[in-house]
Ligand binder design. Structure first.
Ligand SMILES: [Mg+2]
Length: 416
């Protein structure tokens, strides 16, 4: 496998803030510096959203129940957290990322892929760019970002993780296979606990074991997916950095039989679409970070099919979701801020910025119990919809949708 940089070789950086929320707190409250800080574990039932490195030394990790974190590190300072402040900080960080390349794909508030392919002449070698990026983030925000650089996304992401804390790790094209080989199979994207157990049972422990496997041998273990996973294990990850990821989106819209002005009817329609889109996300095991509302106004401005003004409004959530209620809430907010002056002809809800549900970040402001209840409710609704059709169960308030007079519904979507 010859992979010289002369050929079609990509240079991808993965930048990931170190202990992001906890670091923002330590920066803004000097009395917290050097002390174990846990964000998100303020209530007894909460979960840890972010732990400072001082707290990690005691075995505190994100997504851990707060009660366990308290047991492991009773002297830690527990903070409820302030998502608005973290989101503001995130915008500053992404602004810095954007100075190095326009091709930035955000994965969450504090991490992104940057496509540095072809920037060498302008900016210098990738490792040098990584060093400058780390310095700029530190100087301008007082926060620490670690960076991984590699020819493929998978490896760049693992490299930034291994570079932590406060580091940079570059994996050159010829080093990719050797870098991946000793890692446990669970480090590969798409390998969740179930697949991992199946692979272990079949004797594949490391990524290297998988890379060496021949495809027919993997078929009984993984089915059609085996070949793709073996390719990934060899570092052959062809996914591009996708600044907007618009291709990967789901949406549903409807054209009304009569143009609608009634706010409640519009909101009900949004809820129906939001629930439907959310159901599709859950079915695919995906979470969405950006909610898009699309609407066509009723008053024709020009002849032809495009004569009606089309508006799209979008909001990126602090938290990726597959919950219809959360999507509907964002959609209602977008509709309210549109300050409509006339009737609506078409209304749709879409989501983009999709990620695997395995990367679910825990909501700071939802108690663990509240979140678990919503997940169970969604599962119950999905099961009923699968048995009796999507119209069977709806949340309170949806019954009024008939009055909105839906006539023409379109579903769009592409999933990875
Ligand atoms: Mg991070």
């Amino acid at each position: 496998m010859s992979e010289g940089r002369g050929r079609f070789e990509r240079v991808i950086a993965h930048a990931d803030m170190d202990a992001f929320y906890a670091s923002v707190e330590q920066r803004d409250r000097p009395e917290l510096r050097g002390r174990p800080v846990v964000v998100g574990g303020a209530s007894r039932r909460g979960v840890v959203a972010s732990a400072s490195y001082e707290a990690r030394r005691f075995g505190v990790r994100s997504a851990m129940p707060a009660a366990l974190a308290r047991q492991r590190c009773p002297e830690a300072v527990f903070i409820a957290g302030d998502m608005k402040r973290y989101a503001r900080e995130s915008r500053r960080i992404f602004e810095i990322f954007g100075r190095f390349t326009p091709r930035v794909e955000g994965l969450s508030l504090d991490e992104a892929f940057l496509d540095l392919t072809g920037t060498e002449r302008l900016l210098g070698p990738a490792a040098e760019v990584g060093r400058r990026l780390r310095a700029a983030v530190r100087e301008e925000t007082g926060l620490v970002v670690s960076v991984g650089i590699a020819p493929v996304k998978l490896v760049a992401k693992i490299a930034s993780d291994l570079a932590k804390p406060d580091g940079l790790l570059e994996v050159r094209p010829r080093e990719v296979e050797a870098f991946l080989a000793p890692l446990p199979v669970g480090r590969l994207w798409g390998v969740g606990p179930v697949t991992e157990a199946r692979l272990l049972a079949a004797g594949y422990r490391t990524v290297g074991d998988l890379a060496r496997a021949d495809t027919p041998a993997l078929r009984p273990v993984l089915g059609d997916w085996g070949a793709a996973l073996a390719r990934l294990a060899r570092g052959r990850d062809f996914r591009d950095v996708e600044p907007f990821r618009e291709a990967v989106s789901l949406s549903e819209e409807s054209t009304f039989e009569y143009d609608v002005t009634d706010r409640r009817a519009l909101e009900t329609t949004l809820l129906v679409h939001a629930e439907s889109v959310a159901r599709r996300l859950r079915k695919e095991g995906l979470l969405a970070r950006t909610v898009v509302v699309k609407l066509k106004l009723g008053r024709r401005r020009a002849p032809g099919p495009r004569g009606f003004p089309l508006l799209t409004r979008r909001e990126t959530l602090a938290q990726a979701t597959d919950d219809g209620e959360a999507i509907a809430r964002a959609a209602r907010g977008l509709l309210a801020r549109t300050k409509l002056q006339e009737a609506v002809r078409l209304l749709g809800v879409g989501v983009t910025h999709l990620a695997s549900a395995r990367e679910r970040q825990l909501d700071l402001f939802d108690s663990a119990q509240g979140q678990a209840r919503r997940v169970r409710l969604n599962q119950a609704m999905d099961a009923l919809a699968a048995r009796f059709g999507p119209g069977t169960v709806t949340r309170a308030g949806v019954a009024g949708v008939a009055r909105a007079g839906l006539t023409h519904q379109i579903k769009r979507g592409e999933t990875p």
